[in-house]
Design a protein around this ligand. Structure first.
Ligand SMILES: [Zn+2]
Length: 285
């Protein structure tokens, strides 16, 4: 079974500010379509068996996605699509929103981002959210790495900051998106020590040298089995991501670098992600 653990859904205009859209266009050096429809998302996940989808909630940098958008989409294909709620602890009603997202919307995990939202990973309201997530068995996908908006504080972005969270909430399943780029080494040493912390490989293949080093380091530390497949749609597509995994293995051969296992791309692609995250298969519900 192939699971894409990292895809986005949001409408623009509406759920992203114009300032954020401008910064996105500057970063991408072109205008891109930021309005993601259900049909576009269906097409993006056509080749995978299950997909986890979420928005991003971070008022500081202009992300105002609404969890109902994700929940409405999940209802169009409930045996395949798994929705996570985007939660920002800087908002007073964040804990209530976690409960609403689970009980009323049927969402099954959380997406959180200290750097986009401008909050310390040990923010008091964040700790309450982690406690609730641990109690309810909700995995949390963290964007714990760098990003482009000027106002997004790097001081909250390092994956090492999640060590304390993992120690205080040992049964909480966490995923470090993009192996915590550009702190992949920090993410890898963390997932080695903490049994319930994982990392996804989304959005990394277009920096092939860093991607090679990250995968090689994961192999050397013996944690390649904790790397999950994800695309970060709309930032990257399924085909590009799979090709990028194969290319980096090929690159290591051509350059006579310390090798990556030939079957590493397939291992990552067929990872038993739902089981690792403690999620029931929606097709069997
Ligand atoms: Zn993402």
């Amino acid at each position: 079974m192939i699971i894409d653990c990292h895809t986005h859904l949001w409408r623009y205009p509406g759920e992203l500010t114009e300032e954020l859209a401008r910064e996105t266009f500057i970063m991408r050096k072109q205008e891109i379509d930021l309005n993601l429809t259900n049909e576009m998302h269906d097409a993006a996940v056509a080749k995978v068996d299950r997909a986890i989808v979420f928005g991003l909630r971070a008022p500081l940098t202009g992300f105002f996605t609404v969890n109902d958008t994700v929940a409405d989409y999940v209802r169009t294909n409930p045996k395949k699509i798994i929705g996570f709620a985007a939660i920002c602890p800087t908002e007073e009603d964040a804990l209530t929103e976690v409960d609403r997202a689970v009980q009323e919307l049927g969402l099954r995990g959380l997406k959180m981002s200290p750097i986009y939202g401008g909050w310390d990973p040990l923010h008091p309201r964040a700790l309450q959210i982690y406690a609730r997530a641990e109690e309810l068995g909700l995995p949390i996908m963290f964007h714990q790495g760098t990003t482009f908006p000027r106002k997004a504080p790097l001081k909250y972005a390092n994956p090492i900051l999640l060590e304390e969270v993992a120690l205080r909430f040992p049964n909480l399943r966490m995923i470090i998106a993009h192996i915590g780029h550009p702190w992949e080494a920090e993410a890898i040493v963390l997932i080695r020590k903490q049994p319930n912390v994982f990392a996804d490989i989304s959005g990394l293949f277009y920096r092939p040298w860093q991607f090679y080093n990250s995968l090689r380091l994961a192999v050397e530390y013996g944690v390649a089995d904790k790397l999950l497949f994800g695309t970060d749609y709309p930032i990257a597509t399924f085909d590009e991501t799979v090709e990028g995994l194969h290319n980096v293995v090929q690159l290591s051969k051509e350059m006579r670098l310390p090798p990556l296992p030939d079957d590493l791309p397939d291992q990552i692609l067929h990872r038993d992600t739902l089981n690792l995250l403690g999620l029931d298969d929606p097709a069997e519900a």
